[in-house]
Design a protein around this ligand. Sequence first.
Ligand code: PHE
Length: 342
Amino acid sequence: MDLLAELKALEASFRAEIAACSDDHALTELRDRYLSRKRGLLSDKMRLLPQIDPAQRAVAGQRANELKRLIEEKLQERASEITASQRAAKPDLIDVTLPGIRPPRGFLHPITKTRREICRIFMQMGYSIEDGPELDTDYFNFEAANIPPDHPARDAQDSFYISEDTLLRTHTTPVQIHSMLRRKPPIRIIAPGRVFRRDATDATHTPMFFQVEGLVVGRGISFAHLRGTLQTFAHMMFGSDVKLRLRPSYFPFVEPGAEVDISCFLCKGRGCRVCKDSGWIEILGSGMVHPALFDRVGYDPTGLTGFAFGMGIDRITLLKYGIEDTRLFFENDLRFISQFGG
Ligand code: PHE
C-alpha cells in the first residue's frame, strides 16, 4: 500500500471538489467528507498509519497532517470568498457578526455648559432670562449706560461699528436698558449673550466672547443683596468653601462699583498657576445701578434702587476647567470640545 500516493490523490480530488463549491452548505458537506472523524476520507487514511512500514510511517504521518491543515485552510479561504461574492452580489447585506459602527455622539460646547449652569443657578434664585440684540445702537451700548462720548470704551479701536450709529455690542450692559424699558420694577433678570471687541487675539482675548449680565431693580435693594447674591452664586458655581472679596472699582453705569474676586478654588488660597499666586481670582464687575440709568428709562427714582453685575462666560469656563488658551473654544477641534461631556 502506497499511502503517500493515496494522500496525493486525495489532495487532488479535494482541490477539484472545493473549486466547485459555491455555498456554505456545500463547504460543510465537503469538510465532513474529508475530515469527519468517523467517516472522513482523510481520517480513513490516517487510521491506516499504524499498519504501514515503520520506515514510511513518519513521512506519511507528516504528509497526512499537512494535508489536513491544507484542507482546513482551503475551506476557510473558500468560505471567505463565498461570503465576499455574496456580499458583492447583494451590497446591502448586513453582516450582523461585524462589530458595529458607533455613530458619533453629540455634546455641548464647554461655554454652553457654563452658560446653562450659570442660568440654572440664577433661575433657582427667581431670575428670568432676558435676551437683547447683538447689533445695537450707540445709544443703548454707551449713552444710556452713562458712558460719556469721550470715554475710552467708545474708541473705534475697541468697537466694531457697522454704521455711524450701530455697532456690535461691546458688553451685555445695554440689555439692562432694553429690559427696563420692556418691564416695570421689580425686575430680576440675567442676560447671557455674545459681545464683541476689537482686541488683538491672544490666550485671553478673542474678538467675540460671552457675557452674562444680571440686573435687579426694586424698592429697598441694597449692596448687601448684591453681595449675598454673588456669594450664593460663587458657592453654587465653584464650591461652598470659596470666599468672596469685593474691591472698589469704576464702571460708568454703577455707583458704587466693585470688582469681585473669589478665593482660588484650586489651591484654596495658598497660591497657584490659576490665581497667579495671589490666592484670588477676579470673576466679575458689579455695583448699584447708577440713577442716571433710571432717568434714561423714565423710572421715578424715588426709593428705587438696583444692582447689576456682568461676567465673562469664557473666562469662568477657562477657570473652571483649567484651560490655558481661550482660542481653543473657537477652533472647533472636536478633540478639545468633546472633552467636557454632555
Ligand atoms: N459691562 C461691564 C464689562 O463689560 C461689566 C459690568 C456689568 C460691571 C454690570 C458692572 C455692572 O466689563
